[in-house]
Write a protein that binds this ligand. Structure first.
Ligand code: FAD
Ligand code: NAD
Length: 466
């Protein structure tokens, strides 16, 4: 058997794995990365990037539809149409450009990339079935970094196949379904449900909990629920899915009151969460300590086995690309001998619905539960000039800070375009900003960012514009 040796062996070329490999190679560590599918992982190929590309395309198309009627702006457009196949090709082009970039960066930095599925033999040995060679390749390493990501959860009552699809298929639709039923009103269900609605499909959502985006606080999700109504997306809340009807053209659901209902659908998107990818590649041979279904790690991303590290979705929530990347960069630096610890002030979360939601740090309730005595204040976009010029007046920015020293512990926002505010929120938390720091910073006018400054001013009891 062909055998190679390396210092750091990374399994998985997603945002966690490829960032770790690039950083390690930059630091002079001999690094090999094994990827069974495409470089870029879920994020670049079937996650963050393609979903945001389709969200953008659907938003632009929807805007034109909005102007085709009587537009307050005076813009007139004759009945717009969309060539979905071209939209998907454009999205694939964006993905190809980024995955090609990852490949070039790995090469430029001297990472050896092996294409094939890795199978763990022991904590220092991995076998790879490369696509090109019949004989497996054996790689021995000093450090093994596990970054195999996650996969969509399947519902026993609605297994994937035929009309029942996961986000992966939903991101490359061969055609637009007339009626899409979305199971799960979380990140994926709502981001893609809204996208399909804007592209012209009839969309309904089934959610087991009593409200949409149940992981976020209700005040933040209320504008999203209102937007779903405006878009004509009906949310069946507190309902469980029973399965497809015998003809396969409808889904049977049961309400909390035990009432049965059939919802007609020619495609069903199941988006009820993701699960760490722990099976089918020999991980169990390491008998690592687990945290539920995910691999347990400490604050340096060390697993329970010496010199075996794990990052990203494999290690559980929050399953976000920027967390995976930050962990990957840190592990590379530790392997290179630097002293690092994963202790961010917060991991930001953005939901790219319409309107968008941003959460960084603690909300008022979470602060209370953490035993902190906090004040909080919100500034509505209805009082923000930039927001009105963008035809948007819904939503708000909210700040949470300690009562005693005004240290900011959390930011939340909901509104059109607020995803870009996440940078300011994260930086203020990471730099230990107080309300006075943000209130005393000149924010350019007219921008959505002024709502950030105004919420801090309001928390200090000296609001100017509300
Ligand atoms: P992954 O990206 O899943 O990469 C793991 C890689 O490992 C894969 O390429 C896989 O093929 C490979 N692999 C697995 N096992 C083996 C093996 N045995 N041998 C070789 N290779 C192997 N997050 C955000 O932060 N923002 C977003 O907007 C966002 N949008 C999303 C939208 C969708 C539709 C989905 C599904 C996810 C989204 N996410 C988003 C989540 C984000 O994609 C993940 O958190 C991120 O990709 C995790 O990175 P990772 O490196 O841990 O794993
Ligand atoms: P999710 O956890 O965000 O939402 C799943 C939803 O399905 C929840 O509201 C849950 O109550 C509901 N649900 C669970 N079982 C159900 C059932 N049997 N019937 C009806 N509803 C049910 O999961 P997701 O939307 O699949 O996304 C998976 C992960 O991918 C996210 O947790 C996130 O980490 C990542 N992601 C992030 C982004 C982003 O950052 N913008 C976008 C997409 C995905």
């Amino acid at each position: 058997m062909n055998t190679q040796a390396t210092t750091l062996l990374v399994i998985g070329g997603g945002p966690g794995g490829y960032v770790a490999a690039i950083r390690a190679a930059q630091l002079g560590i001999a690094t090999t990365l094994v990827e069974g599918a495409q470089l870029g992982g879920t994020c670049l190929n079937v996650g963050c990037i393609p979903s945001k590309a389709l969200i953008h395309a659907a938003g632009e198309f929807d805007k034109l539809g909005h102007y085709a009627g009587k537009s307050a702006l005076g813009i007139q457009v004759q009945s717009p149409s969309i060539d979905l196949a071209q939209t998907v090709r454009w999205k694939d082009g964006v993905v190809a450009r980024l995955t090609g970039g990852v490949s070039s960066l790995l090469k430029k930095n001297g990472v050896q990339v092996v294409t094939g599925w890795a199978n763990i033999i022991d904590g220092r040995t991995v076998e790879v079935r490369a696509q090109t060679t019949a004989e497996p390749l054996r790689i021995v390493c000093e450090h093994l970094l596990l970054a195999s990501g996650s996969q969509a959860l399947e519902l026993p009552a609605l297994p994937f196949g035929g009309a029942v699809i996961s986000s992966t298929e939903a991101l490359s639709p061969p055609s637009l379904p007339k009626r899409l039923l979305v199971v799960g009103a979380g990140y994926i269900g709502l981001e893609l449900g809204i996208t399909y609605r804007k592209l012209g499909a009839e969309v309904a959502v089934v959610e087991a909990q009593e409200r949409v985006l149940p992981a976020y606080d209700e005040e933040l999700t209320r504008p999203v629920a209102a937007s779903l109504k405006l878009l004509g997306i009906y949310a069946h809340l507190g309902c469980t899915v029973q399965g497809l009807t015998a003809k396969g053209d409808a889904v049977r659901i049961r309400s909390a009151e035990g009432e049965d209902l059939e919802l007609a659908a020619d495609r069903v998107l199941v988006a009820v969460g993701r699960r760490a990818r722990t099976e089918g590649w020999g991980l169990e041979t390491l008998a690592l300590e687990m945290n539920g279904h995910a691999v347990r790690i400490d604050d340096q991303c060390r697993t329970s086995m010496h010199h075996v590290w794990a990052i990203g979705d494999l290690t559980g929530e929050p399953m976000l690309a920027h967390r995976a990347m930050a962990q990957g960069e840190m592990v590379a630096e530790i392997v290179a001998g630097k002293r690092r610890r994963f202790a961010p002030a917060a991991v930001p979360a953005v939901c790219f619905t319409d309107p968008e939601i941003v959460v960084v740090g603690l909300g008022p309730q979470e602060a209370l539960q953490a035993g902190l005595d906090c004040i909080h204040a919100m500034f509505p976009f209805a009082a923000n000039g930039r927001s009105l010029t963008l035809e948007s007046s819904g939503g708000f920015v909210r700040v949470v800070a300690r009562r005693d020293n005004h240290l900011i512990v959390g930011w939340q926002a909901v509104g059109r375009g607020v995803s870009e505010l996440s940078t300011a929120f994260s930086q203020s938390l990471e730099m230990g900003a107080c309300l006075e720091d943000v209130a005393g910073t000149i924010h350019a006018h007219p921008t959505l960012g002024e709502a950030v400054m105004e919420s801090a001013m309001r928390a200090l009891g000296r609001s100017l514009h509300v």
